[in-house]
Design a protein around this ligand. Sequence first.
Ligand code: MN
Length: 258
Amino acid sequence: MLSPFSCPTLEGTRDTVALADPVFISDLHLSKTEPDTMAGFFRFLENEAAGHRELVILGDFFDYWIGDDASFTAESIVRALRTWSASHGLFIMQGNRDFMMGERFAREIGAVLLRDPAVVTVGDTRLLLSHGDLWCTKDDDYQAVRRRVRSVWWQWLVMRLPLKKRIAIAENARSRSRARKVEKDPSVTDTDPAAVLAAARAARADAVIHGHTHRPSAAQLGENVLRIVLPDWHFDGTSPIRGGYAAFEDGRPVLRTL
Ligand code: MN
């Protein structure tokens, strides 16, 4: 039987990964329908990211992921990530679009699959990392779906479907997720600051970095906790170009726009 989600344990104080000089990105939503965003990511690897030691991807890197057995559909990205990981560290976390990404894909690209949430250290700074959707605690329907699709039985069933069927399910889920975003009040779909702060305190974190909401910001959250929300990336079409990442400057994480 397939066990796609045995992730390395990074929660709490045990097995905390020490990073030297990381860059953090999330929500690129890479897909063949957005070639300019994909090209933007390749440029980012060669330019802004290249001088850093580790790349940390905090979910929704792909617009959807139908299983590690379909990684051939993302051949150019696999190649770029393998090239990167030959000389840099690579860490990847599942988002709510690419939650089917597992150990097999992580191995293929030379990455460590991070659990959500994960704690890492950079020098003296303790960082709590997450995709962020687990802190949308006010959206009960969403959390119910999240639990279902991350259960072993649901994923076991889906992985037995042919690729074409899995693509249809992913496309359908994507359009429903868009419709929900339009219907629901942003105060419901956004992360709950109290939940984020409680998680940061429990992890004794100095800073939290997450994505998911597509509302980039860098601000203090309560006392002594810095929160960075990463932007989504979008380089295609007529709507404004956007993208960005977080990196360390003078021992603190900062948000940078591309
Ligand atoms: Mn997301």
